[in-house]
Ligand binder design. Structure first.
Ligand code: 4AD
Ligand code: MG
Length: 461
């Protein structure tokens, strides 16, 4: 048996030879004496055309095959000069492996993405989602390749954790307590000492704190894993479960982080364009016809770097009426991010040195005492795809910050000890994998770039 991808990539080897291919029927057309099948075997974005005629012993059955039936075809691969497809198989035998039912929901017409989300068990078979999830796979490999080639060590940080990295309290609790009979302490609070882990536990919002542990042992590490946020925001860019890539580097400052992040984004784009060309062409043709221009522009440009204070000034000067008014100290909203990247710079922009009050406790305090050494990468169309910072390595400053925010110092005892035993400046960042896929494909809803989206109210599959 040969795969359709091999036929396309090494057609000279197979032309005029007998081949055997297994796959799913995308369409069948037939007239009285012969017919065509568009076969997709999943290994390649494009279909393989099968020609069959009355000489098949099961011709009558084959010509009525419902869409998505699985079959194995034997026949000769022949060139088709001048036709839409480069070659086709002249079938001598078609074995029906699994007959589909005629009520198969993905009939050959355009379906809305909203509808396709309700059939998440079938949507990977559609063109769009077949392309999205292949790009997702290729991009994941590109990311590993990028960091491995640079000597970064891949670290698996825990999914179930006792700490809240972002300090935002947006965590899903992990518990085995009987909800009908919750043990309580004398003051009425829940007694987690009786819970499975003997303490409170959550799904991680970020692997960063644990990545820092490993960065201070290996110098350069990265994570690539699922993270969870119980934030109740129903937007096209937020999911409750998403994947994050979190590099962490010892002896690195904020500029070192931005340099490597920029190199990484370009590497991913280049790798995916080269290694999923058919899928990327599909996105450029059918999802966003500015995609190739945009991505090539990214490859050939230097990302802009501006401070938060400069960003606020640019937004104020714009004279534009924003829904959320702009004031120094405010968090940048999607509309602000879009204005900066799409109207002003028309390319990716790092915004640095945010006010400390809108950022996490671990970011390094700048000398002005008001801002932290943070940087977010904003891109046209998507907004923030990366958040990161230089980390606060000074023990006393970190303790003060933790106390200032009303967090419990005891909960971070091991994180603080890292500042006692061979501390150095270090930096890292988190790339939202789904946001990167949106950027790569032009898909506009995060629910359409992750196989089984989790959002408030949605956990069907
Ligand atoms: O900016 P965030 O919250 O940063 C962190 O978690 C840091 N601990 C990362 C680090 O420095 N190691 O999240 C990082 C990125 C965002 O820029 C965004 O791309 C993505 O994760 N992200 C989400 N993606 C989808 N759905 C959500 N709810 C997301 N929240 C953050
Ligand atoms: Mg962020």
């Amino acid at each position: 048996t040969v795969e359709v991808k091999q036929l396309y990539r090494e057609s000279q080897k197979y032309l005029n030879e007998d081949v055997r291919v297994s796959g799913w029927v995308r369409t069948v057309r037939s007239s009285k004496a012969f017919g065509f099948i568009e076969l997709n075997d999943g290994t390649f974005f494009k279909n393989l055309q099968i020609v069959f005629d009355e000489k098949l012993e099961n011709f009558k059955q084959v010509e009525k095959l419902p869409i998505s039936s699985s079959i194995t075809v034997e026949g000769k691969l022949v060139e088709t000069p001048g036709a839409k497809q480069p070659f086709e198989v002249h079938a001598t035998r078609i074995i029906i492996e699994g007959m589909s039912s005629s009520d198969y929901p993905l009939q050959k017409k355009r379906h809305t993405f909203e509808y396709l989300r309700t059939i998440a068990h079938l949507r990977p078979r559609s063109n769009t989602f077949s392309a999205v999830f292949r790009v997702r796979s290729v991009a994941a490999f590109a990311i590993h390749k990028f960091f491995q080639e640079k000597g970064f060590v891949y670290v698996n940080t825990p999914i179930i954790t006792g700490s809240d990295c972002e300090g935002a309290g947006e965590m899903f609790r992990v518990t085995t307590l009987d909800l009908n009979n919750i043990p309580r302490k004398e003051d009425g609070s829940v007694d987690f000492s009786e819970d499975f882990f003997g303490r409170e536990a959550n799904l991680t919002v970020s692997g960063q704190l644990e990545a820092e542990i490993f960065a201070l042992a290996y110098k350069k590490v990265y994570t690539f894993g699922p993270t969870f946020r119980a934030e109740n925001s129903n937007t096209a860019r937020h999911a409750s479960e998403f994947w994050m890539i979190e590099p962490e580097m010892a002896f690195a400052d904020l500029n070192d982080y931005m340099d490597i992040a920029e190199e990484m984004v370009k590497y991913i784009i280049k790798y995916v364009l080269e290694n999923a060309p058919e899928e990327m062409e599909f996105f450029n043709n059918f999802i966003d016809n500015t995609l190739f221009d945009r991505l090539n522009n990214v490859l050939n440009s230097e990302f802009a770097r501006i401070t938060y204070t400069e960003a606020i000034e640019l937004l104020k000067k714009s004279g534009k009426q924003f829904q959320y008014p702009v004031e120094w100290g405010c968090d940048l909203q999607t509309e602000h991010e879009r204005y900066i990247t799409e109207e002003i710079f028309k390319k990716p922009v790092f915004v640095t040195n945010y006010p400390k009050d809108i950022k996490a406790f671990y970011m390094r305090l700048n000398d002005d005492g008001k801002t932290v050494a943070a940087a977010d990468l904003l891109v046209p169309g998507v907004g923030e795809i990366i958040g990161g910072s230089q980390r606060e390595e000074r023990y006393d400053v970190l303790v003060r910050r933790i106390e200032e925010l009303g967090m419990k110092k005891e909960d971070y005892w091991w994180y603080l000890e890292l500042r006692k035993y061979g501390e150095t400046k270090h930096s890292g960042f988190g790339l939202g994998f789904e946001r990167m896929i949106m950027y790569l494909t032009g898909m506009s809803n995060i629910r359409d770039v992750i196989p089984f989206p989790r959002t408030p109210g949605n956990c069907e599959f």
